[in-house]
Design a protein around this ligand. Sequence first.
Ligand SMILES: [Zn+2]
Length: 408
Amino acid sequence: MSSVLIRNVRIFDGETLLAGERWVRIEGDRIAAMGEGAPTASHADRVIDGAGRTLMPGMVEAHAHLTWGSSVEKIYHQFILPEDELKVAAWRNARILLDHGFTSAYSAGALVDGIEVELARAIKAGDTPGPRLVPSTLERSPEGAEGVETGDVFNGRGAEAIRKFVAYCKEQGIGSLKLVVSGEDALKPGSAGDVLYTEEEMEAAGEAAREAGLWIATHAYYPEAIALALKAGARIIYHASYADEAAADAMIAARDTTFYAPSPGVSIAALEATPPPHIDMSHMKKSAAERMELETKLVPALKARGMRILIGGDYGFPFNPNGRNARDLQIFVDHFGYTPAEALKAATALGGELMDLEIGRVKQGWLADLLLVDGDPTQDVSILQDKNRIAMIMKGGALYKAPAEVAV
Ligand SMILES: [Zn+2]
């Protein structure tokens, strides 16, 4: 088993910055030992001198859209891409997330069926670089409320159609299915208040997903949609901007099993965007301003009551490209009253809990998904937006990016 010793580092362990100079020893894919001061036994296959930098867990993107093509390396002005180009974009986006310190990603839905399962397998096999990925399939939104019971897997109404969808997802090999419970203003202005599923359908989704061992991710804005998401036992609720007191209470009651990711990245980016004249973002901007105002009150209130709130901001639009994902941490600090350490915990320890893996903490026995950061992110999380400040990226004990100075 290969071993790596990382010495002369400060450690943010997923919760707090540990005092003093530290070291960590990795054997195989796990953290075998860690300690203070100089390491007692310094032999290892590889020794990395951290030079006083900060060692922290790899970050977790809780709302990933790898098939939304745009990234910091390439902007696409059309949302739907030809299938071969889409695959190139998704593979590239996975690599870009890892380049920026995201060693895990939970998919919030794909634009094409099947692609994320293939990508997750390729990453796992080491055929292509990327984060540990909980793959999803097409985001499911049924036909209009008056829709007929078509039984169609992706759009059909009724409990039976939902059960078929879950069975289909299971067969495809996905990890989490995505249900669009609320309408989306960005796609259809004024539709955020629409509720796209019935109680019966959501109950069926919850039951079938539990039986199949799949997770459910939900797009939900208003109390009724949040209640339905909770009814289905959603693992994660996105947005929830218009939650009232009762909806907040219901989320808190489910806080041991349900996570929350407000996804402010896309709202802030929409507010800042200066689109060309032929693209009208005025409605999107108005809705983003309204949601940010509400979330500025909602998120701190839920956090104070113990809700596990995660970063992840719908990256992948031309105005909000993949690769900027760490911006969410700064937004949590600037708009939601988080300390830098709390934002880091949301991106690491809590993200690890979402993934249900022993990741997100620098802890003996846990998987070695680690970053070596130039500077102290517990004072300033904005440094994580600069990939050049991430000197080392390790996933499962394997060095994806190694610092320049390696002592032997
Ligand atoms: Zn999304």
